[in-house]
Design a protein around this ligand. Structure first.
Ligand SMILES: NC(=O)c1ccc[n+]([C@@H]2O[C@H](COP(=O)([O-])OP(=O)(O)OC[C@H]3O[C@@H](n4cnc5c(N)ncnc54)[C@H](OP(=O)(O)O)[C@@H]3O)[C@@H](O)[C@H]2O)c1
Length: 250
């Protein structure tokens, strides 16, 4: 398939497309000519975004999806294939970051992060991989974090989920060699999104919100990293991208 920038005409499924990094990726990829299929729980947000991108001449669809439900992720990917004939890229981006000290025993939040940040990514892989194997082409992009490389107090469980994303992405990378599938892990530093709003621990939340107010960069930084990885020639597999605000130390 000859495509401008290796992006035009590609069918890209994005989870967590209702805000932040997912929304920014959807906007830039649509501007570059990709067909975007948006998944998230907030129907109003993804429908409005799909409507806006369509109005601008793009092709976009919105499918309400909770990534903790395997069958819903499967339906998201199936819908993309039914509507557009294939799936070229899945961006497993949905995630949350309710940081707290382990001693606070916010066990429901630990469960939630494991369900969304790890299992959600696995469900995305499970849904897309069989299609990509048959196509003998595809690209799986998983979102980790600087927290997938560094752990600090308050970030133990979040970091564990993001280390997990890197581990399973590396295993995936090696396993999909026979199928001509590319795999990319993107690990952002502080990017201005709604992510800190998921923190319920007041002191931790305040510290992180101040830190973000101080250093965070716009979500378009992530979108450009996605475009960089996708737009390489098919025989070039960009496996890892780690980026931070220039001002961010750790
Ligand atoms: N911002 C940063 O500094 C930063 C740094 C490193 C990594 N990341 C990672 O980037 C990813 C995106 O986060 P963001 O910064 O863009 O934050 P955000 O603005 O809060 O966006 C999170 C997205 O995830 C979706 N989501 C959450 N739970 C979901 C579920 N159960 N099912 C489906 N979608 C769900 C949300 O949609 P709904 O609520 O509508 O479902 C939303 O679209 C996350 O994996 C995060 O860990 C962010």
């Amino acid at each position: 398939m000859a495509m401008r920038n290796n992006i035009e005409g590609k069918v890209v499924v994005i989870t967590g497309a209702s805000s932040g990094l997912g929304e920014a990726a959807a906007r830039l990829l649509s501007a570059e000519g990709a067909i975007v299929v948006l998944g998230a729980r907030r129907a109003d947000r993804i429908q409005a975004l799909a409507g806006e991108l369509t109005k601008r001449g793009g092709k976009a669809a919105a499918i309400v999806t909770d990534v903790t439900q395997c069958d819903q992720v499967q339906k998201l990917v199936d819908a993309a294939v039914q509507a557009y004939g294939r799936i070229d890229v899945i961006i497993n981006n949905a995630g949350l970051m309710p940081q707290s000290l382990l001693e606070s025993l916010k066990i429901d939040e630990w469960d939630r992060m494991i369900d969304v940040n790890i299992k959600g990514v696995l469900y995305g892989i499970a849904a897309a991989l069989p299609y990509m194997q048959r196509q003998k082409a595809g690209h799986i992009i998983n979102v980790s974090s600087v927290a997938g490389h560094k752990v600090g107090p308050g970030s133990s469980v979040y970091a564990a989920t993001k280390y997990a994303v890197r581990a399973l992405s590396e295993g995936l990378r090696q396993e999909v060699k026979p199928y001509n599938i590319r795999t990319t892990v993107i690990s952002p530093g502080a990017v201005a999104t709604e992510l800190p709003n998921t923190i319920t621990d007041a002191p931790v939340g305040e510290r992180i919100k101040n830190f973000y107010a101080d250093v965070a960069i716009p979500a378009d930084s992530f979108a450009r990293a996605v475009v960089f990885a996708m737009s390489q020639p098919d025989d070039v597999d960009v496996n890892e991208i780690l980026f931070r605000p220039t001002r961010q130390e750790i």
